[in-house]
Write a protein that binds this ligand. Structure first.
Ligand SMILES: Cc1cc2nc3c(=O)[nH]c(=O)nc-3n(C[C@H](O)[C@H](O)[C@H](O)COP(=O)(O)OP(=O)(O)OC[C@H]3O[C@@H](n4cnc5c(N)ncnc54)[C@H](O)[C@@H]3O)c2cc1C
Length: 499
């Protein structure tokens, strides 16, 4: 079976890697990966300069989602995995020109400790009373999907939307709490509401269960299991993962600067059309592009599917890495960084103190402040020059943190239409997309548009799609271990040279 993978971000690369493993294990598959841009990795891009890692896109993945860590270990990157320094994990919220710490005991949006919630300066006394009353919220299940803002408002009031939900979600999704679907973005909260009514009561019950489970864990097991950090990354930057994946692929099978223009399907299989009218035939296709690009590709094959894919909205984001001489900075508040609520009407959405979050990746004496802008409400900024963007964000850093010194280095990156927005009704839309795709032979989609925005979910979906094509009757048990090649860098260079 000849399989084409369209899109060379992490989802497409993970799919290609799984097909490569299947081929080595004896499955009758050949594959070809097509990436429109000159480089692989999609939004993952990092570089090291003088001992400081600069992440232009994502900087880490959630430790509790296993697919990324498992893949890194498989690729021989186990030694390079590093956890976040969670002793410093405090997040601040911008209020006017001040930073106010999120109260201790806040579990995502849910306050679980009385005193810190009573003492925080983030909320007015009236809002605190409103939040306390949430304890008596009634159960609600089988309800229609609704926006995160409406869900949070029902439980904790508008101030919790403005000061918590909105900044947290624009930090993760570049999204708008009034648009994002609670069922897709906060499914655990929806389950808590169905079971307990009150999220606070539900969260406390979940924590009690977790503690009881920990108590029965044997002393020995506790001694051998290191505490899990919230985030994990790679010492040399996430580009290491991209390079290691490329290193496993056959350079002849990877085509960069090679956009797929359209697709056709007939009784003999699939045909991909490239620029200058060239076409190629395949038996199976994995579309690992953003959904809007997949929508264009399937337009002539299945109109309703194309419309559903096109209906998934995207936001764009801008990252700006500022490297400073730490000695010339005012003292930064103790934490990972801060979030900026939309009600503050600033250009910046969030700022991470990278040297605190992952201390081993910044040269001694330097501080890296990674700022985010753009998002669902800041598209217009994408049209500004790098200099103008950096200047605006530096002015906001001056107002919020008192930073006046010149950075040693500034790097601006734009990621246009890169973050899928799981809007209200997203789960139902993805259900329809899956049904329509299942009716087309050997077609799969993967990437951040469907079932998880983060890197681990993209890897999981890419590998699953490849596995289903390579092993249609199920992956054989006890499949022979495939030997990993040991010189990934040589292969990365071969892929680059071949194009
Ligand atoms: C700024 C930023 C910060 C983030 N931070 C984190 C984080 O810290 N942790 C985390 O887990 N996630 C984070 N994410 C999300 C995560 O990085 C992405 O969801 C994930 O990397 C997307 O991978 P992908 O392969 O689905 O898509 P992409 O990386 O977008 O790759 C899709 C590829 O398809 C190609 N393509 C499009 N059309 C065609 C065509 N017609 N023919 C051929 N190729 C085509 C594109 O050029 C692109 O390379 C972040 C995202 C951004 C933008």
């Amino acid at each position: 079976m000849r399989i084409a993978i369209v899109g060379g971000g992490v989802a497409g690369l993970a799919a290609a890697y799984e097909l490569e493993l299947a081929r080595r294990a004896g499955a009758a598959v050949e594959y070809a990966l097509f990436e429109s841009s000159p480089r692989l990795g999609g939004v993952i891009s990092s570089r090291s300069t003088g001992g400081t890692v600069i992440e232009h896109g994502p900087d880490s993945f959630l430790t509790e989602k296993p697919a990324a860590i498992a893949l890194c270990r498989e690729l021989g990157l186990g030694e390079s995995l590093v956890g976040s320094d969670d002793r410093q994990r405090k997040t601040f919220i911008v209020v006017g020109r001040r930073l106010v710490a999120l109260p201790d005991g806040l579990m995502f949006l849910v306050p679980t400790r009385l005193m810190p919630t009573l003492l925080t300066r983030l909320f007015s006394p009236l809002t605190k009373l409103r939040m306390g009353m949430e304890w008596f919220h009634g159960r609600r299940s089988g309800a229609q999907d609704e926006s995160v803002a409406s869900f949070v408002r029902r439980h904790y009031g508008q101030a919790a939307v403005d000061r918590l939900a909105d900044p947290l979600l624009s930090g993760i999704y570049g999204g708008d709490a009034e648009q994002l679907s609670v069922q897709s973005v906060l499914p655990a909260m929806v389950r808590l509401e169905a079971e307990y009514g009150s999220l606070t009561r539900g969260m406390l019950a979940a924590r009690r269960r977790q503690r009881a489970a920990q108590a029965v864990q044997t002393q020995a097991a506790r001694a051998t299991t290191p505490p899990r950090t919230i985030f994990t990354t790679l010492r040399g930057g996430l580009q290491q993962l991209v390079d290691a994946l490329i290193g496993q692929l056959d350079p002849e099978c990877v085509h960069v600067s090679c956009a797929v223009k359209s697709m056709e399907h007939d009784a003999s299989g699939w045909r991909l059309r490239f620029a200058e009218r060239a076409t190629e035939r395949f038996d199976g296709i994995i579309l690992a592009t953003p959904a809007w690009a997949a929508a264009e590709l399937v337009r002539d094959v299945h109109g309703p599917l194309s419309d559903e894919l096109a209906g998934i909205r995207y936001s764009s984001s801008i990252t700006v890495n500022f490297v400073f001489d730490e000695a010339k900075l005012p003292e930064l508040p103790p934490g990972f960084g801060f979030l900026v609520p939309a009600v503050e009407r600033r250009a910046m959405l969030a700022c991470t103190f990278v040297h605190r979050k992952f201390p081993g990746r910044t040269a001694s004496g330097q501080a890296v402040l990674r700022c985010f802008a753009g998002g669902a409400r800041g598209e217009a900024m994408l049209g500004e020059s790098d200099e103008a963007i950096a200047l605006r964000l530096r002015e906001e850093l001056r107002q919020i943190l008192g930073i006046v010194g010149e950075p040693l280095l500034t790097e601006v990156r734009r990621w246009t239409r890169s973050m899928a927005q799981y809007s209200v009704g997203h789960a139902a839309r993805v259900g329809r997309i899956r049904e329509q795709i299942d009716a087309l032979p050997n077609l799969h989609v993967a990437g951040n548009a469907y079932d998880g925005i983060g890197i681990p979910d993209c890897i999981r979906l890419g590998r699953q799609a490849a596995e289903r094509l390579a092993w249609p009757d199920g992956k054989p048990e006890g499949k022979p271990e495939t030997e990993l090649k040991t010189q990934p860098q040589a292969r990365v260079e071969a892929v680059s040279r071949a194009k």
